[in-house]
Design a protein around this ligand. Structure first.
Ligand code: ADP
Ligand code: GLC
Length: 501
């Protein structure tokens, strides 16, 4: 058994309580996998309105949490405690009417809330104050994305000598570098750490206060959600202007591919699909395809290749390229179903495409977990033409469901999908490199040609894919190693070897 660590996750979403994308999946699964390895893991997140206190059996803790907000003054919140399902992992929910008593996590109608700066500085600062309230001395605090990037900043400044977290190391995970928490300079006064930190070396970027940049500078260690993304973000193409500070910290940066919660994503046991199936008996998958076609009002043809997509409809996901290529793609004898929501133009655009091509294109604008499962199970191919993809989870779900991914070779997509090799029948999917409509159309043509002309190839791809496993156990082992490095770096070797002999 490794030495037991005390770890606090500070994060803006966690499944099953609240989720907008893959970050929620990660924050719901990784703590459980770490707890299963014997660590004392806890999670703190806001109690958004959408989180039902009764449904999740949340209990109010006695007392109030005082959260100093710099120039704004002290703010207060109450704290509810719950548990991640099927685990003993405590989750602390911060209850604050002004900041979190509204629908939406980050914004409404595709616009971020105006007070997101204060909302997430509040979450970050409350994370540290919570340790005092609970009498909890973590060895390490794990922050995620810009929303809690202020945690490592505070730890290195105002909390340097704090009796609860002064000794703790920090890890900042980068799930998406596009969103950086870039705000007006005066936000420095809400942070209250002193203007000497508003420099190009630390928090200042383009004369703004950039929380993610500050977090990258201050975290003891940094991680990205795939090895490939960890390399890409050192370049201007993927670094979104932070490639400089990332290169500076490259010695402390580790890439760890996300895992899949195979209890939730398992075609042998999935309450959201009409028939279970496994690699050596795919008859159930045929029924799932039929049900998917029926649900979306497509002709119920078993012979036609059905391509699924479940995605936030934003530029990151290559949606513009798909929009440009869609007419040429729909000339092929295939069907496409799309589930997602995002930029308003996409809702009109794809609904219009559905009206024009009723026999082979259908979309559902919205968010639906049951439908996401049915699409994974009922499709033959799964399309992810992302402009960038730090990890991506759907391609890994697809592999498990025998649904062949067609992906752009970036970030985690490139790391988790192996290109089809027609000679050896090796590989798990179809990949393309250029972010252009031509490359996308070309690769879909290749997949569709393989479907109609090379059944042995398709069978091999399905079999190879279904045998892949991206487990959280494997990822948790790597995080554990990263945590030890971080704690050792923070404490120094001598103190570290005393505490963890
Ligand atoms: P990202 O976090 O960038 O959106 P990921 O692939 O990491 O991308 O994770 C997306 C997660 O959100 C997956 O679990 C996916 O199934 C889910 N998801 C995305 N859009 C929808 C939707 N419209 N309905 C249901 N689930 C969705
Ligand atoms: C982000 C990324 C996605 C990743 C997820 C979880 O939302 O866009 O690629 O899978 O975080 O790490």
């Amino acid at each position: 058994m490794p030495h037991r660590l005390s770890i606090l996750f500070s994060v803006s979403e966690a499944a099953p309580f609240i989720k907008e994308g893959g970050l929620g999946d990660v924050a719901g699964s990784l703590p459980r996998a770490l707890a299963a390895r014997g660590h004392d893991v806890r999670v703190v997140l806001p109690r958004y309105y959408a989180i039902d206190r009764e449904l999740h059996g949340l209990k109010l803790l006695p007392g109030a949490l005082v959260v100093p907000m710099g120039i704004i003054g002290d703010m207060y919140c109450s704290v509810y405690e719950g548990r991640l399902p099927d685990s003993g992992v405590p989750v602390y929910f911060l209850e604050h009417e002004t900041f979190f008593g509204r629908s939406g996590i980050y914004g409404a109608d595709n616009e971020g809330f105006r007070d997101n700066d204060n909302r997430f500085i509040f979450l970050s600062r409350a994370t540290l104050e919570l340790c005092r309230m609970l009498g909890f001395r973590p060895d390490l605090i794990h922050a995620h994305d810009w929303h809690t990037a202020a945690v490592p900043i505070f730890m290195n400044t105002l909390y340097r000598h704090d009796p609860y977290v002064g000794d703790a190391a920090s890890v900042l995970s980068l799930h998406n570098l596009q969103h950086q928490g870039n705000f007006y300079p005066g936000l420095m006064d809400v942070l209250g750490i002193g203007w000497e930190h508003f420099t190009h070396l630390e928090l200042e970027k383009d004369n703004q206060t950039n929380l993610l940049k500050g977090g990258i500078h201050h975290a003891t260690k940094i991680s990205t959600v795939s090895v490939g993304y960890g390399r890409e973000i050192r370049t201007p193409e993927f670094g979104w202007g932070l490639e400089g500070v990332i290169r500076e910290r490259v010695g402390d940066l580790v890439g760890i591919l996300n895992g899949v919660d195979y209890a939730e994503w398992d075609p042998e046991n999935d309450p959201f699909i009409p028939a279970p199936y496994r690699a050596d008996d795919l008859s159930g998958k045929k029924l799932c395809k039929q049900e998917l076609q029926r649900r979306f009002g497509l002709p119920e043809r078993p012979d036609v290749p059905l391509v699924g997509m479940v995605s936030r409809l934003v530029a990151q996901k290559g949606i513009n390229v798909l929009a440009a290529a869609i007419h040429r793609i729909l000339e092929l004898d295939l069907q496409i179903v799309l589930l997602g929501s995002g930029e308003p133009w996409t809702h009109f655009y794809f609904s219009d495409i559905a009206a024009r091509y009723p026999l082979n294109f259908r979309c559902h604008i919205g968010f639906s977990n049951p439908l996401a499962h049915l699409i994974e199970a009922g499709s033959d191919f799964f399309l992810m033409p992302s402009a960038f993809e730090p990890c991506g989870l759907n391609q890994m779900y697809s592999l498990r469901y025998g649904t062949i991914p067609v992906v752009r070779a970036v970030g985690g997509l490139n790391d988790s999908v192996e290109n089809f090799d027609e000679r050896t029948l090796g590989g798990t999917g179809f990949k393309f490199r250029a972010l252009t409509p031509d490359a996308l159309v070309d690769t879909i043509c290749w997949a569709v040609w393989t479907w109609y002309q090379n059944r042995a190839g398709i069978d091999a791809l399905i079999k190879n894919g279904m045998a892949q496993r991206f487990t959280w156990e494997k990822a948790a082992e790597k995080y554990e190693q990263l945590y030890y490095w971080a704690v050792e770096k923070k404490l120094g070797w001598e103190e570290f070897s005393k505490r963890f002999p």
